[in-house]
Ligand binder design. Structure first.
Ligand code: DQA
Length: 181
């Protein structure tokens, strides 16, 4: 499969295209082929790396973003995937982040943290989003307290990853790359 860069080069190499047509073709290619993955993290995950390291490990959210960016670059040669990450401790702000994704993002990776088990509002917000949704939990929520076994978000998720540590985020990027390629 040709990479997106090769496709753009081939378009631009067509000698018959005027300068304006080249710019149009380039913009068109970039719009079609560049896709944003937004990683959303819920409450207390700003403390990842410090918070209960025996459960959640010692990597930070910055480490997670770097790992996901590396995976995104190599995982889908035919699509230019970019990754951004956000975190909030405020449920309304998380809902605003999800609404923004409706116009900016092809896919959401969400670790709703404690809101997984409580928030119909976050499920409703995700139901307004047309792209892919992968739910990630660093710990295996099914092997923990009973109140963590149910997630409202799972009803909307195209995939759920739990118990793979922070590697779960990279696995989610790989899955999205597969589905978008
Ligand atoms: C978590 C699991 C949730 O039960 C918990 O409230 C979290 C993190 C996880 O990543 O394992 O904050 O979503």
């Amino acid at each position: 499969m040709r990479s997106w860069l090769e496709e753009i080069n081939q378009t631009l190499e067509r000698k018959t295209l005027s300068f304006n047509a080249r710019i149009y073709a380039l913009t068109h290619h970039l719009q079609i082929m560049s896709k944003l993955i937004t990683i959303l993290n819920g409450p207390n995950l700003n403390l990842l790396g410090q918070r209960q390291p025996e459960v959640y490990g010692t990597d930070t959210l910055d480490d997670v973003e770097k790992q996901c960016q590396i995976v995104a670059k190599s995982a889908a040669p035919s699509v230019a995937l970019s990754v951004e990450q956000k975190q909030t401790n405020h449920e309304g702000e998380m809902i605003d982040f999800i609404h923004l994704c409706r116009t900016t993002s092809a896919a959401i990776i969400i670790n709703p943290a404690a809101w997984s088990h409580t928030s119909v509002a976050i499920l409703d917000a995700l139901n307004t989003f047309d792209g892919l949704v992968i739910e990630v939990h660093i710990s295996n929520i099914h092997a923990r307290e009973a109140f963590r076994h149910h997630s409202y978000v799972s009803a909307r998720a195209d995939g759920v990853i739990a118990g793979c540590g922070v590697q779960g985020y990279s696995l989610a990027v790989q899955r999205i790359a597969t589905l978008l390629s």
